[in-house]
Design a protein around this ligand. Structure first.
Ligand code: HEC
Ligand code: HEC
Length: 316
């Protein structure tokens, strides 16, 4: 057996073992509750949680408040929720909102992928009462809060466990500082910082990763690195562009106006920006393959992978 084969086998084993661990871990902490209070269920409390510990603002903006684009803008959400409820045969907009939180993957807003986390699980870990408060705030976005109606869904909202939270234990412990080094090591062809910004350092080809550890699980982060095309963050889809002189380009749309379309293109590991006049573009289309390299299981060692993962998890 070749050394590579053995390495790949060990790698796969570690990753699978890790997923099994996550399953057990998540099941253990999302148990049921014992007795809850109603006191904090109001839109004011919900608004604070939305922009604070709920981390919703890392992915959602509301009108011109906030700048996040990972998730849909939630201006007039209550109105949209009514429409989506009708479309899907649910009884009310509120039922739709509850479903969006309890099981975010059941229905995906068009154009978006499965990146909305279950906010009652780690790392966000909102308790039931806080989720109810957030729901009342969501109702005020284009509508009115109906606390009585919300309380009827109380039992549908899982309670974040009051039991001791077991911290994530990676299969191999690697100092996040080591991961940070690999992340920013631009001598490597696939340096993460060629495409990602953390705390102001790096380039904005893919989404900024500052704060990613506060909203995503180890499982999501590992999958994003090993299987980037599985979920694609909205706004960072790869575009396929053909020009009138028969050239074609793959890249991320950096900017688009009446005068110019700019693509960030990966040319053998160097990110280059190309500008196009609109009248020289024959075709431009979104693809469902990520521009992020799909071969990190070959180009990173297992230690490097877990170093990067623990670094990203430390970004809160
Ligand atoms: C890591 C990013 C992320 C975080 C954090 C996040 N969301 Fe989302 N959310 C999304 C994405 C992406 C979608 C669209 C895909 C889908 O429908 O699941 C979405 C969809 C939704 C929807 C349905 C919207 C619609 O237009 O139909 C609601 C409601 C929602 N999120 C509420 C919240 C709330 C409340 C929080 C905080 C407690 C939150 N989200 C945190 C990414 C996120
Ligand atoms: C050539 C550019 C490129 C390189 C190099 C690259 N990425 Fe990405 N990355 C992207 C793009 C584009 C996306 C958004 C599309 C997608 O979701 O796959 C992305 C998405 C991600 C996400 C999901 C972000 C979110 O908001 O949900 C993570 C995590 C991530 N990358 C980590 C890494 C790490 C770690 C490395 C280095 C080992 C790396 N990337 C290298 C381009 C790149």
């Amino acid at each position: 057996m070749s050394k590579n084969f053995i390495n790949a086998t060990i790698f796969t084993f570690l990753v699978l073992g890790f997923f099994a661990y996550v399953c057990v871990y998540v099941t253990r902490i999302s148990g049921t509750s014992e007795g809850e209070v109603v006191a904090g269920v109001n839109p004011e409390a919900g608004e604070k949680i939305y922009w604070g510990e709920g981390q919703c603002g890392t992915c959602h903006s509301i009108g011109t408040t906030g700048s996040a684009i990972r998730g849909p803008n939630q201006e007039n959400l209550a109105v949209k929720a009514e429409e989506r409820a009708k479309e899907r045969g649910l009884t009310s907009g509120l039922e739709y909102l509850v479903e969006s939180i309890v099981d975010p993957n059941v229905y995906l807003v068009e154009g978006y992928d499965k990146i909305m986390p279950k906010v009652f699980e780690p790392p966000i870990l909102l308790g039931r009462e806080k989720i109810l408060a957030v729901l009342s705030y969501l109702q005020t976005l284009g509508g009115e809060a109906d606390i009585g109606g919300i309380m009827q869904f109380k039992d549908k909202i899982p309670e974040a466990s009051k039991k001791k939270i077991i911290p994530w234990v990676p299969p191999i412990e690697v100092d996040p500082k080591k991961g940070e080094k690999v992340f920013f090591d631009e001598t490597r062809e696939a340096a993460c910082s060629k495409c990602h910004i953390v705390n102001g350092k790096g380039s904005r080809v893919g989404p900024e990763l500052t704060g990613i550890g506060a909203v995503q699980t180890p499982k999501y982060i590992i999958e994003s690195i090993l299987k980037p095309s599985e979920t694609i963050v909205k706004g960072f889809e790869t575009m396929y562009l053909i020009t009138t002189d028969g050239m074609f380009y793959n890249g991320i749309l950096k900017s688009q106006s009446d005068e110019e379309v700019v693509l960030s293109v990966d040319v053998e590991g160097e990110i280059v920006e190309y500008g196009f006049y609109p009248d020289e573009i024959v075709e431009m289309q979104k693809q469902n393959v990520s521009m992020m390299p799909g071969n990190f299981s070959d180009t990173l060692t297992t230690r490097e992978l877990y170093g990067i993962v623990s670094y990203l998890l430390s970004l809160k």
